[in-house]
Design a protein around this ligand. Structure first.
Ligand SMILES: Nc1nc2c(ncn2[C@@H]2O[C@H](COP(=O)(O)OP(=O)(O)OP(=O)(O)O)[C@@H](O)[C@H]2O)c(=O)[nH]1
Ligand SMILES: [Mg+2]
Length: 392
């Protein structure tokens, strides 16, 4: 029997919704919210001087390599003046835009921003493989004027580390800090305050400042956009893995409410109804976001130089084999056999629902199921990452 203390408390938001609305109105609102976070777009613009590594970053951010199909072209001098959108292969709502280079001497930031239709972007990433130059800075100022956000990325850090690593007495952290301070000082000198500069290698996103970078963007995004970013960001550090888990967990009560109460569909052999298709869709989302699919595992294996079989060997959850209605119904049935009824605990505080025993059972069971599957898949992803990291 599941330890009841582990059940997440019913969020105040649900309590409030139920206090002021009928059950169906509350549910409608929650459904609208879920729909919205599934459909919201995130548009990220990547800009900087020619050759700074923009296109390579566009690919890495989407979990792709430069030579893959659908990857942005790299290593060639591009003459195009058009911004080009590259949708994430799994989450097309996330679009990373490769903007034209800003290298020319007569660069006019205002014209440039108009031309690329700046208003469609949620934020800008300004990439430089050396110090930030006059064009980067005038562009940043113009972006600021347009009330948009920008982040500075100092790219190709692996190159610096390799070159510096040849020296005697190499201290990676110190070298990184020197580069960071040098970039920040350059920006300060040109009147940009002291913005953060993230040191990144597109060939090695799991290292250096990528985690910090992702976390910073995440914090500064509005709530409903944060979810898109977290779903689609490559699952390459333990911290990202954990943040993905937290984001999914925060949504479980909503899905349980909709699946159990609103969209309830009877399941043969069970005395209550839940919408299994909602469960299947959500569990598949976990699976994809944690990068447990063959393609993601293979790409992690390549990057970390580990045979993919070694990564697969640590997978424990049966959900890694297949996620479909039958599998989920079986899990549900075994949960019920194991005596999972968390209803009374969950609903003792909410009188309206408390009296609807069947709805309560559905809610409690769906909540339990999603939490269990999320834990299993997040643990598997964690173990895969540990395995890959040990091999470094
Ligand atoms: N070592 C290393 N090389 C990189 C990195 N990012 C990009 N490069 C290399 O730098 C070169 C230029 O990269 P691109 O991504 O094509 O640069 P870009 O800014 O898109 O260039 P343009 O489109 O011509 O403006 C390529 O040879 C890349 O392989 C990195 O993080 N590390
Ligand atoms: Mg390019």
């Amino acid at each position: 029997m599941e330890n009841i203390d582990e059940v997440s408390a019913v969020p105040r938001e649900l309590e409030e919704a139920l206090k002021n609305n009928s059950l169906t109105t509350a549910a409608g609102k929650i459904q609208d919210y879920l729909k919205e976070i599934n459909n919201v777009e995130l548009n990220i613009a990547v800009t900087g001087e020619s050759g700074s590594g923009k296109s390579t970053f566009v690919n890495a951010f989407r979990g792709m390599k430069n030579n893959e199909e659908g990857a942005a072209l790299t290593g060639v001098v591009e003459t195009t003046m058009e911004a080009k959108a590259y949708p994430h292969p799994k989450y097309p709502h996330l679009k990373v835009w490769d903007l034209p280079g800003i290298g020319t001497a007569n660069f006019k930031p205002e014209e440039y921003l108009q031309k690329v239709e700046f208003d469609r972007f949620d934020f800008f990433i300004i990439v430089s493989s050396e110090r930030f130059r006059a064009n980067d800075i005038t562009l940043a100022k113009e972006i600021q004027k347009m009330k948009k956000k920008f982040y500075f990325v100092r790219s190709k850090i692996d190159n610096d580390m390799r070159a510096e690593g040849r020296k005697e007495k190499f201290d990676q952290d110190k070298t990184l800090e020197t580069i960071r301070q040098y970039c920040i000082k350059g920006l300060e000198d040109q009147g940009l305050g002291s913005p953060k500069v993230f040191l990144i290698s597109s060939f090695d996103l799991g290292h250096y400042d990528f985690n910090d970078f992702e976390e910073t963007i995440e914090k500064e995004l509005p709530d409903h956009k944060r979810h898109v970013l977290l779903l689609s960001i490559p699952n390459i550090t333990l911290k990202i893995n954990q943040r993905k888990k937290e984001a999914f967990k925060a949504n479980i009560w909503r899905l349980a409410f909709v699946s159990g109460v609103v969209a309830a569909i009877p399941i043969p052999g069970l005395s209550f109804a839940v919408d299994v298709s909602i469960l299947v869709i959500e569990i598949k989302k976990y699976y994809n976001a944690f990068g447990l699919d063959d393609k993601s595992l293979q790409s992690l294996a390549n990057r970390m130089n580990v045979p993919v079989e070694e990564l697969k060997a640590v997978l424990k959850s049966p959900l890694n084999k297949e996620i479909n209605k039958d599998v989920v119904v079986k899990l549900l049935q075994s949960a019920v056999l194991a005596g999972v009824t968390v209803v009374e605990y969950l609903f003792s505080n909410i009188p309206i629902v408390g009296s609807l025993a069947a709805a309560g059972i559905s809610f409690g069971t769906t909540e339990y199921m999603l939490r269990k599957c999320l834990n299993e898949l997040a643990d598997d992803a964690h173990n895969v990452l540990m395995k890959a990291l040990v091999n470094e």
